[in-house]
Each structure stands twice: as C-alpha cells, then as structure tokens.
Ligand binder design. Structure first.
Ligand SMILES: [Zn+2]
Length: 495
C-alpha cells in the first residue's frame, strides 16, 4: 500500500515537473508540494535516495544563491545533477529530487529560525553527504512580530548537521559561528568514531566584521592582523581566552589582483575528498569577473565544495579554470549591489560625474561588504550615504548597520525607512544625526521611497553616493537602478 502511494506521488510530482505550465517561481516548488501532499515525509526519505551519490545542501546568512549557482556549474561539468535555488523550502528540495538518473542533488536551503524551518527534519529526510555553511550573521531577527534571539538562529543553523554522521561539512573558517558549529561536529565525530570531515575555507579578503563575540563564552573575540595584507581588506585571525580559535583552513584564497576586466586570484588547498577518502593538493591562479568581492568569496566556497566532491582530483585545476573563465554576471541574484558611473547628459561640461553604489544590504555583514567595495574605487572622501533602516525590533541589525556606516565615513547621510517601520527609521535617524550631517525622509510607501531615493541620488553634489540597507523587496533596488539607468548614461563598473 505504501509503495503504491509513493509511486502515485512520484508520478503526480513528475507530471507537475514536466507537464504543466506553472506561474513564475511556482515550478520550483509545486511538483514537490504535490509529491509531499500524497507521499508525506516518509516518501521524501525514499525519494532522497534517487541521486547516485547523494545530496549537498547550502545554507548560511549571505551568499547562498551565488554559491549554489557557481557550485552547480562546477559539478555539472563532471556529473549529472538535480538542483534548486532561490526557493528555500522543503517543497523546492523535493521538486529537485523528482529528477531521475542524477549523480548529485544540490540544494539551497535557508533557515530563519526553528519555528519557520525544519532543518533537523531536512537533515534526517534528505540525509545529505555535504553541507555548506557560507557564513552566519545577524539578519532579520524578527519574524511576524516575534523577536528571535541570535542564539536561537545559530542553533537552528546547527540543526542541519546535528545528526549528520557521514560526508563533509564545508565551512567558512573566517566566520566564528560557522566555525563553532563545525568544530563541535569534528569533536563529536572523533569521539563517536564516524567518518565526518570538515573542510574550512578562508580568504585573504576577509570581509567579515571584526567585532564578533565568542560563540563559546560570549566574550569579545580578539582579532589579529596578518602581515600579508592586500587591498583595504585585511586577513585576520581570531581567538578567545577560553580556547576558541580560528581553524587552519584547508582551502585558502591567498592573492587577488584587481583589473578592470577580470580579477585574478590564487587559491591553494589540501582538502579532504569524498571519493579519494584522503586529501589532495592544489595551488593555482584563476580569474573572476569584477562583480564584487563577496561574490569572489562565494566562488571560493564553491571551489572548496567542488574539491570535496570531485571524482577527478587530477583534473580539478583545469576544470575550475574552465568554468571560472565562463562565469559572468548572470550568476548574481537580483537586487545585488552594483556600482555605476553616472554622467549627467544635460551637463555639457561633463563635470557632473559621480559614482553610485546601489543595492541591498539587509544585514550588517552585507552592508559592510558593500561599503568595502565602494571604498575600493573611491579616490576622495566625498561620500553621501543613503541609508534605509530595518524594521521594528531589529535594533541589532541597526547596530551592525551603524558600524558599516561608520566604516564608510560619509560626509552626509540621508535616512529613509527601509521596510514598514517609520518608528525604526526615526530611531535610526536620531542616532545618526548626532554623528553626521543628516536628513530624514519619513516615507514608507514603496513607490514614493523609490522616487525619493532616485531624487537624492540625482541631486547629490558628492562624488560618491552609496544607497544601501534594508529594502522591502529586492525589486526596490532593481527599480531604482532602472530609473537611474533611464535618466543617465550609465557605465556599470560592475560589468
Ligand atoms: Zn570564548
């Protein structure tokens, strides 16, 4: 009886997968939804055995989608894969698993907190052989009016690997929280004697903010600068009196050379490989389109994951170089931060040229990266910051945002509510106005806000304008970009 139910579910799901024209976005989750409706979670457990080798799940606060997209390209070059991204649910994962004759399933999975996700259930049902932690930082800590503690969020993220007893965790060694989860798993694996490995990656870019608290004892972590700093971004080590410290990474991005058309980077590694059941070494230079430092870090994450699961280590270098040479800006999600060179066509003297950085920075880490990217191209300090604030109960996000604003050292700040809370926008403004020449625009209507931000960008007399922070939707940023594009001749620095 059970078997028949499973077969019916699979047929129904596959019919939806191949046969129906679904609304935009629905095709990513509807077939899985249908399957789960009929076969329930028990059916998913069976379905999860479809990929020949198993599944890889990507989670974290930032960079999930871009990392997943790059990893898909690397893996596709060698394997048949089923994948799903941008749709972060169990339905979407199930939809991906409805594809037959694949070697690997590759799925993005977002975890907000325990009540709005089922990370432990996903782990049990999908039984992944790889879990990737991109990074963990504070983000929207309020969901439907309920404030969530960061500890709960961290705990929810750890549940995705809590009962994992085989395979490889790919973890961001620069991030103390992903490191904390992974170190606990390493200890446990050693004690219990199961074959679970961790491959840490670390980047000389180190875009992480260095004001984090120790995940073990809550004291402030101590950060130490390495000597071989490059650019404005320092490679930093962290440790704590309690004994917690940055792990030795298995894969490192060690050098980067910024050029207008391509960025060159060097990657060295000695990671554990799933098929070799051993480590293998590499050391080579490759290149990347100039689409933002954080995206290069996502590339490093994907390289580490691919190194963990390639069955052809001898061809690893050649394969990475081949795929990276083909990467363009199509890997980027919408709403991303971009820098434009804006020229006023009505001004014949062409003096009115400014650089405008635009795009979402929903949490402290994301805004910090946007600021660092902006500072890379700035030749003076004439910076106007257009900041969009978070919602009620998201004070901790504002705290992180404020650090990024301080790092930017703007001469002028315009504050607007980024989401629905006028109150939080005002709170943010009252703090910011004590530090900078500021103005407040109390606008919560999205269209009005888009128009206002556009207007401020155009009328600003600064050489550099950055507009970032929280937005109701990614489309808010896309809409502003579109307006800026229409009015001015634009040369995207991001291309
Ligand atoms: Zn500590």
């Amino acid at each position: 009886m059970k078997k028949i139910k499973y077969l019916i579910a699979k047929i129904a799901g596959k019919f939806a997968l191949h046969g129906t024209k679904l609304g935009k976005g629905m095709g990513k989750s509807f077939p899985g939804y249908l399957f789960l409706k009929i076969a329930s979670f028990n059916g998913l457990k069976k379905l999860a055995k479809t990929p020949k080798y198993g599944s890889i799940i990507i989670t974290g606060t930032n960079g999930k989608t871009t990392t997943t997209k790059i990893l898909i390209r690397l893996m596709k070059n060698e394997y048949k894969i089923a994948a799903n991204y941008e749709s972060n649910t169990v339905n979407a994962i199930t939809t991906g698993l409805l594809n037959d004759n694949v070697d690997f399933g590759i799925f993005e999975y977002g975890i907000r907190d325990i009540t709005h996700g089922i990370p432990d259930k996903i782990q049990e049902l999908v039984d992944p052989i790889g879990v990737i932690y991109t990074n963990i930082s504070r983000e929207h800590t309020q969901v439907r009016g309920i404030k969530n503690k960061f500890e709960d969020y961290l705990n929810a993220k750890s549940l995705l690997t809590k009962n994992m007893k085989k395979g490889i965790i790919i973890s961001n060694g620069d991030n103390p929280y992903t490191t904390y989860i992974s170190k606990n798993k390493e200890k446990e694996a050693e004690k219990e004697g199961y074959n679970l490995k961790v491959n840490y990656f670390s980047s000389t870019l180190n875009l992480e903010a260095t004001d984090k608290k120790c995940p073990v004892c809550s004291k402030n972590l101590q950060y130490h600068k390495y000597e071989n700093d490059t650019l404005d971004c320092q490679n930093k080590n962290y440790n704590c009196d309690c004994g917690f410290f940055k792990p030795t990474p298995q894969v490192k991005l060690t050098e980067i050379e910024i050029n207008a058309d391509r960025w060159k980077f060097k990657v060295i590694g000695n990671p554990y490989n799933y098929f070799l059941k051993d480590k293998f070494r590499f050391n080579f230079t490759s290149d990347f389109p100039p689409i933002g430092l954080h995206n290069l870090n996502n590339g490093l994450t994907a390289i580490t994951a691919y190194a963990s699961f390639t069955s052809k280590p001898e061809k690893f270098e050649a394969n990475v170089k081949k795929i990276f040479s083909e990467i363009g800006e199509d890997i980027l999600p919408s709403g991303r931060f971009e820098i434009f060179e804006v020229k006023n066509l009505e001004d014949k003297s062409q003096k009115n040229i400014k650089h405008v950085g635009l795009g979402q920075g929903d949490n402290g880490e994301a805004l910090n990266v946007n600021v660092k990217f902006m500072k890379l191209i700035m030749k003076n300090n004439n910076l106007h910051f257009i900041y969009t604030s978070p919602d009620d109960f998201e004070e901790d996000i504002f705290d992180d945002h404020l650090k990024a604003i301080e790092e930017a050292k703007p001469l002028k700040v315009s504050v607007l509510p980024g989401r629905t809370s006028l109150n939080m926008g005002e709170k943010a403004y009252n703090i910011i106005k004590k530090m900078y020449d500021s103005e407040f625009h109390p606008i919560v209507d999205q269209n009005e806000r888009i128009n206002k931000i556009h207007e401020i960008i155009l009328s600003s007399d600064m050489d550099y304008v950055i507009a970032s922070g929280c937005g109701e939707e990614q489309k808010m940023w896309e809409a502003i970009k579109e307006k800026v594009r229409k009015k001015f001749m634009i040369e995207s620095k991001d291309k």
